[in-house]
Design a protein around this ligand. Structure first.
Ligand code: ADP
Ligand code: MG
Length: 332
């Protein structure tokens, strides 16, 4: 009697062929006891550490322009998740990848994995599982990392008179999106900041002992700092003249007020915003010297609630309705 395996192998279903391509490129780690291929991954967190866990979805046309290269999508999908771990002061370890694809396109997947794996490898992140389904292009990544037991940087710790810091420069990605929407000439430098954000993992780890609150900037400084203020029960005053601005952004957006709007409400920066007592400023500068980027003090925490924006001339600046990206618009 012919046994089943003697009849030769049935061709892999496209879904499993894709999963196999992913598995072949997933790096391992010593704390991954069982990775892709079983019903669940088995993972070994280090003793005494808390697990920081976050997930984010990217939808084509919403979170990236529909002409974004697949490798950039792979990079960005992981980057925005690692940025959340950075904002917690967590050390990344593992990731899961739920992919919804319009078709089983191996070339697209390989290019996507080029970007994804480049960033995962740079941070020593192991891809430990996921799901693969058919539908409109959408990518949901989960990331897990470690913080010292019960520690981590939270949104609710900002205190009166603390300095407000941001890393890097603000508004570059929003400038790129503005140019892309306008359909005219586009700066490749700005577009690179939109397509390949740098998660500030090193900064999150470096400032964890000195900062009292932190958030990553995904929806725009005004909205995201607003979350910190609301959770901490405080307000803030920002000095718009101190917003860190790239030379490229200043070249392409000469009007100061238009630039401030991009920097305050544009989103997609994936820089970190954190607060710390002024007495920690030197320690923070020192800790940042080992990081890939700089950080700038742009204002301070106030007792009065609300966000006050002050121009270099000392006048109040009104942001109006443009207070940051919101998926469902208007009031929640
Ligand atoms: P199940 O039917 O149990 O959900 P799947 O066929 O969806 O199993 O997945 C088989 C294995 O492949 C699992 O270990 C799962 O975590 C992994 N996997 C599926 N899709 C992906 C993906 N897009 N990225 C990484 N791992 C994946
Ligand atoms: Mg599944």
């Amino acid at each position: 009697m012919a046994r089943r395996r003697d009849r030769g192998r049935a061709p892999l279903k496209p879904e499993f062929a894709l999963i196999e391509r992913i598995r072949a490129r997933a790096a391992g780690r010593g704390d991954v006891l069982l990775g892709i291929g079983d019903d669940a991954a088995l993972l070994q967190p280090p003793p005494g550490q808390s697990l920081a866990w976050s997930t984010d979805t990217l939808v084509s046309g919403v979170h990236f322009p529909d002409d974004t290269a697949p490798a950039d999508i792979g990079w960005k999908a992981l980057a925005v998740n690692l940025s959340d771990l950075a904002a917690m002061g967590a050390r990344p370890a593992w990731a899961t990848l739920a992919l919804t694809l319009p078709e089983a396109d191996a070339d697209w997947l390989d290019a996507f994995l080029d970007g994804f794996c480049e960033l995962a490898d740079a941070h020593g992140v192991a891809l430990v599982g996921g799901d693969t389904t058919r539908g409109p292009l959408s990518i949901t990544i989960g990331v897990q990392g470690f913080v010292p037991g019960g520690g981590g940087l939270r949104r609710d710790g900002a205190g009166f008179n603390e300095d407000i810091w941001v890393t890097g420069t603000l508004g570059d990605a929003a400038g790129a999106l503005r140019q892309w929407r306008a359909g005219g000439l586009q700066s490749m430098k700005l577009r690179h900041r939109l397509d390949r954000p740098t998660p500030r993992v090193d900064v999150g780890l470096a400032i964890a002992g000195f900062a009292n609150a932190a958030i990553d900037l995904s929806d725009g400084l005004a909205a995201d700092l607003g979350h910190v203020l609301a959770r901490s029960g405080v307000g803030a005053e920002l000095d718009l003249g101190r917003l860190p601005t790239s030379i490229t952004l200043a070249e392409h957006f000469a009007d100061e007020a238009a630039r401030w709007r991009l920097q305050l409400a544009g989103g997609d920066d994936y820089e970190l915003c954190f607060t710390a007592p002024a007495s920690n400023a030197l320690a923070i500068e020192q800790a940042l010297s080992a990081c890939d980027t700089f950080a700038t003090v742009i204002g301070r925490i106030t007792r009065e609630p609300g966000l006050r924006l002050v121009t270099p001339a000392g006048e109040d600046f009104a942001l109006g309705d443009e207070s940051g990206f919101s998926h469902f618009g208007g009031q929640a």
